[in-house]
Design a protein around this ligand. Structure first.
Ligand SMILES: *Cc1c(COP(=O)(O)O)cnc(C)c1O
Length: 373
């Protein structure tokens, strides 16, 4: 009997690469949902790319010769933003934090705005690189008082802290779903005030992925149907699911979860190292920086850690701190306690014996207190 082969199967359908088309009328509801999360009725543009693309688009669309920018630099993100503004022709003055790895102060921003004329002020709200929080409300109101446009990188902060675009009067706010909202990194969004539109460069000769004016003429003005180009259906289905999950949990609950995780992480880290990197009001709810004991570098401490629970800081202060990441799905008590136990064991292995049990109890108590606060 001859062996008969079964007929070849059709190639199997794979849920990720074979995702169904994203409906043309599905984009506007995503933009509206993002506007609600950011507290704004301004135009919200969807960007087909991670938040770095949205930030570069904002800088490229605002910078041009004659534009003077005060750029707050408290991490690489701010440094890059200034670089894009300069490349576009703007004159950029960088303003560093009070110390390496620390937030900028409202006082320093006020002095800079008194000393020179600026058309725009740019800053990162919460820094994942060092776990610090810049004084957003103060800086926005100073900038407004001087007639400057305000551009805020809220990629890390949205979901961890209130980002009230309209209440504060933020002209341009950039978000991404991949941090506190727990989504994927392939899309991002930009909220743009009417005043900001007046300062955005006109479309160029050829369409550009970095031109906000192109997104206005190609997507907003025709009535927010299909996005120009060929958007990845997969990314937008992912964004839709993330936003649905966020709306189901509620932004207040998401922020509260991050605040509790941060309270627990800060309390536990302080119990372990005896120090705080920054005061609680200057710390973000996304990432906690644990200040290391004198003479112990992050690189040395991390030789005693396997896995990626703890990481060195990024930037000039990076070696003096390790970061506990409690962003998005990591904003849970179990994750924080696990990371604190890892930190305690690593400190002990590096010759700095600590009382990890007491630190974990203190962290758990801080979580419970924050819950009822
Ligand atoms: C994560 C992050 C971004 C965007 O980075 P991606 O590489 O797009 O994830 C921008 N700004 C800040 C402050 C961030 O934390």
């Amino acid at each position: 009997m001859s062996s008969r082969r079964p007929a070849p199967l059709p190639p199997s359908w794979l849920p990720l690469p074979d995702a169904p088309a994203f409906p043309a009328d599905g984009y506007a509801p995503l933009a509206d949902a993002i506007g609600r999360l950011m507290g704004t009725t301004n135009d919200v543009l969807l960007v087909q790319g991670e938040a770095m693309v949205a930030l570069e688009a904002a800088a490229s669309s605002l910078g041009r010769p004659g534009v003077r920018a005060l750029n707050v630099v408290t991490s690489l993100y701010g440094r890059w933003f200034g670089g894009w503004l300069r490349r576009a022709g703007a004159e950029v003055t960088d303003l560093a934090g009070a110390a390496p790895g620390h937030p900028a102060t409202a006082g320093a921003v006020a002095r800079a705005l008194e000393a020179g004329h600026y058309d725009l002020v740019a800053l990162v709200h919460a820094e994942s690189a060092t776990g610090i929080l810049n004084p957003l409300a103060e800086i926005v109101s100073l900038a407004k008082a001087h007639g400057a446009l305000v551009v805020v990188d809220a990629v890390a902060s949205l979901g961890g802290h209130p980002v009230e675009v309209d209440a504060l009067g933020i002209d341009i706010a950039v978000m991404g779903p991949q941090k506190a909202l727990g989504g994927q990194a392939g899309t991002s969004a930009i909220a743009i005030s009417p005043v900001a539109w007046d300062r955005i460069s006109a479309p160029g000769e050829a369409p550009s992925i970095l031109s906000l004016a192109d997104l206005r003429t190609l997507w907003l003005e025709p009535g927010r149907g299909a996005l120009p180009g060929t958007p990845s259906a997969l990314e937008f289905h992912g964004l839709a699911q993330t936003l649905a999950r966020v709306e189901a949990e509620g932004m207040a609950a998401i922020r509260a979860r991050h605040a509790r995780a941060a309270a627990a992480a800060r309390t536990g880290a302080r119990a372990l190292t005896g120090a705080e990197w920054v005061a609680p009001g200057q710390a973000s709810n996304l990432v906690t920086a644990a200040a290391l004991p004198e003479g112990l570098s992050a690189a040395e401490l991390l030789t005693h850690v396997t896995g990626d629970a703890l990481t060195a800081g990024v930037g000039p202060a990076g070696e003096r701190l390790v970061r506990l990441n409690h962003t998005g799905p990591r904003a849970r008590l179990e994750t924080v306690l696990g990371d604190l136990a890892t930190l305690g064991a690593a400190l002990a292995a590096a010759g700095h014996p600590v009382s990890t049990g007491a630190a974990l109890s203190a962290a758990e108590a801080a979580w419970r207190e924050a819950e009822t606060a």
